[in-house]
Design a protein around this ligand. Structure first.
Ligand SMILES: Cc1cc2nc3c(=O)[nH]c(=O)nc-3n(C[C@H](O)[C@H](O)[C@H](O)COP(=O)(O)OP(=O)(O)OC[C@H]3O[C@@H](n4cnc5c(N)ncnc54)[C@H](O)[C@@H]3O)c2cc1C
Length: 384
């Protein structure tokens, strides 16, 4: 017997879980299919730590974080969890432009402070600040994996069906809808399909029955195998999250939480990992050259950390050239790619946007619809 569902969501990372949650809470029939398990260890949403921050050079994203926070609060209430731990954030470095970021936060009414490098060093002596620093206390750390599970649980609680170990090989048009096929020989008939496949999207894109013109309008999607390292705290001083865009290297760091045994800071070079054709080609192996660069960086700029990493991991960045998300639709197929290294903080909002677009309840800004709305991806003021 062929199963059917009004909506099939492909992939249960942060984006798919959030989309399923929103669709199910609006009363739609949803089947969420995942090739492995929710928050798969080889995707982008595993583990305990992603930065939640308001500071963006582009005020559009700062406003979106404010909108997203109201949904995170709703998710906390619905799941009885605290998914974001407040640590605050510091942004600095010659290319980070803390003064400009402060202007954006002021415009959006987000509490913040601009400090001199000396003032910041006095407050956080474990960080060797090299420029003025933006501090905003509303930032924190998202427990990504727990968030995925919470949204999947809520979706299932509202009637969604979760299928794990269900690897989609393609989507074919059938009647007024689609047949979603799996490599196990099963299929589900769907009125609409939402594809939230993370780093597997480049591989799947040509198999989704999308029109050639739509595919031609898609920006290039690249996948990187990012690497993050955990460094032990030398003492129990409080650590904020940070983004440092210095002259030689761009890094970010955050309390690593559960993944780091609550004992250290997770530090990574932004876009420091090598390009891979698709998630299916990841090795999960840390590159020694990247480890050396990050260790060198920690020695120079983070005196409060033991510069020998005690744990390390890889994770996938799925990037568009201007780092805008893709949330676009052709017919009944919606494609969602929110990674670009900064999508976690928007997860519940991305779910809302994807549900709006898939159900035709609302349209989205043209910047997210490079193929469907005919608006070409433009330059962005930057997301990091
Ligand atoms: C190292 C790292 C650090 C980051 N730091 C931050 C940060 O500090 N702040 C921030 O806001 N964001 C951050 N991000 C970005 C954020 O984590 C991502 O935007 C988000 O996790 C993307 O979720 P996703 O659902 O699109 O992808 P994924 O989590 O990869 O989910 C895709 C899912 O689809 C499944 N799937 C794929 N193909 C198929 C198929 N054919 N059939 C069925 N299932 C399929 C996969 O198994 C996977 O579970 C970071 C990301 C990484 C990797």
């Amino acid at each position: 017997m062929t199963e059917s569902s009004e909506y099939v969501v492909v992939g249960a990372g942060l984006a798919g879980a959030a989309t399923a949650w929103h669709l199910a809470s609006r009363g739609h029939e949803v089947t969420l299919v995942e090739r492995n398990v929710p928050a798969s260890h080889d995707g982008s949403s595993h583990g305990s730590a992603r930065i939640f921050r308001y500071a963006y050079p582009d005020a559009f994203y700062t406003r979106a974080v404010l909108e997203s926070k109201t949904l995170w609060d709703e998710l906390d209430r619905a799941s009885d969890l605290s998914l974001i731990t407040p640590f605050g954030a510091v942004d600095y470095g010659s290319r980070r432009q803390p003064e400009q970021l402060a202007g954006v936060l002021a415009g959006a009414g987000v509490e913040h402070e601009l400090l001199t490098a000396a003032g910041a060093r006095a407050r956080w002596p474990h960080i060797a600040f090299d420029t003025p620093v933006l501090w905003h206390p509303g930032a924190g750390v998202i427990d990504a994996e727990t968030s995925v599970r919470a949204m999947v649980d809520l979706a299932v609680g509202q009637g969604a069906v979760l299928k794990t170990g269900w690897n989609v090989t393609g989507v074919e048009e059938e009647g007024a809808g689609y047949r979603v096929l799996s490599d196990g020989g099963e299929s589900v008939l769907a009125g609409n399909v939402v594809v939230t496949a993370g780093g597997w999207l480049p591989h799947l894109l040509g198999r989704l029955s999308l029109p050639a013109g739509f595919l031609a309008g898609m920006p290039e999607i690249t996948v990187r195998q990012e690497q993050a390292f955990h460094f032990r705290y030398r003492d129990d001083s409080p650590w904020p999250t940070f983004i440092h865009k210095g002259p030689e290297i761009q890094t970010y760091g955050l309390p690593g939480g559960r993944d780091a045994g609550f004992a250290g800071q997770k530090v990574a070079e932004y876009n420091g990992g090598g390009l891979i054709p698709s998630a299916a080609r990841q090795t999960g192996v840390v590159e020694p050259a990247n480890r050396r660069r990050v260790v060198e960086y920690v020695r120079k700029y983070l005196p409060g950390l033991d510069p020998e990493p005690y744990a390390e991991t890889t994770c996938l960045f799925t990037n568009t050239p201007n780092e805008d998300f893709i949330i676009d639709r052709a017919g009944g197929v919606t494609v969602v790619s929110p990674c670009s290294g900064h999508g976690a903080k928007f997860a519940p909002l991305i779910g809302q946007w994807a549900a709006d677009l898939a159900t035709r309840a609302a349209d989205l800004p043209g910047r997210f619809r490079p193929a469907g709305s005919g608006v070409k991806a433009g330059a962005s003021a930057g997301t990091r």
